[in-house]
Design a protein around this ligand. Sequence first.
Ligand code: ZN
Ligand code: ZN
Length: 259
Amino acid sequence: MPLNHLQIKEILDENRAHECEGYGKDHICVQIASIAELPSRFGQFQVVAFWNNRDGKEHAAFVHGDVMGAENVPVRVHSECLTGDAIGSLRCDCRDQLETALKTIGEMENGILLYLRQEGRGIGFVNKIRAYGLQDYGYDTVEANLALGFRDDEREYSVAAHMLDSLKVKSIRLLTNNPKKINELAAYGIKISERLPLIIPPNPYNEFYLRTKATKSGHLLSIGDKVRLPEQGDQPIVAGMTSEQIGALHQGEDLVVGG
Ligand SMILES: [Zn+2]
Ligand SMILES: [Zn+2]
């Protein structure tokens, strides 16, 4: 059962009074500012709008079913990508990841997609497009990588942890292909009972993942000589990948810096 009007009122009253010293080294505190019904092509959701005390970023949670006080809630953390999520850009596969996560959650009893407003892995929209532009002009991918590849993951997971606490989730099953992410969320006190792999169906647009090779310069993904940089915090598995290719995705996590 999703939240009813009385429950929503209680949550909003409680959040108006909420104050804490914040999560993570940036001490970010978020409050639930509003909740509304959101029927979608992926099922019935409620959208939860978060207010943020530090940088004005308005994060969102898309909640399916009853999650307050629930155990083992499936959760996916997604970072905003305007070009991919909304426009269907093929420079990245953010939209495939987003749709697969929403479809997966929509088919389950309950679940949450945390949508973090940190475009281009936290560097912002303008810088992301600058990085794209550099690649178009054939610039060294390391330079583009510097612009696009770096982000403080701690920040992402501190906000995510606070959002899950605001939603009063008792424990989660994290939709990720990266076991390290479990430790990061756990460090903020989130109880993770299981890891669920995110497997996206193969299509002509994500074929480049199937050709992924681990390179010394990190998790750069290429098709022909076009280099693609990952924009989400962890990479998807495409149905049909070999175990070697899946392993290469994880290896890249430690090797973001170009070499
Ligand atoms: Zn707080
Ligand atoms: Zn993207």
